[in-house]
Design a protein around this ligand. Structure first.
Ligand SMILES: [Zn+2]
Length: 84
């Protein structure tokens, strides 16, 4: 009975150690990504008309000459289209 308990303890320790190693690896893997770039949906883009920064996912966009321009509102987009 005591042997079984010991085995159980060893198993628990190994399981905990495995989890710890996995967590450390996850932290090492995660950190550079967080520093490199925010997720695409959270990327901020600058409105060339009014200079406001807005999330790329919700911005109004116009593609001209292969270049995509982002705007905070329909109004800014129209102003850009009119001026160019
Ligand atoms: Zn704007």
């Amino acid at each position: 009975m005591r042997l079984l308990f010991l085995l159980f303890l060893v198993f628990l320790v190994l399981w905990a150690a495995k989890g710890l190693v996995r967590d450390l690896k996850g932290l090492v893997r995660e950190n550079p990504e967080r520093k490199r770039a925010t997720p695409l949906s959270d990327e901020l883009v600058r409105d060339p008309v009014c200079g406001v920064y807005c999330p790329k996912s919700t911005a109004y966009r116009v593609t001209r000459h292969g270049e995509t321009h982002y705007f905070c509102s329909e109004k800014c987009r129209e102003a850009f289209l009119r001026s160019s």
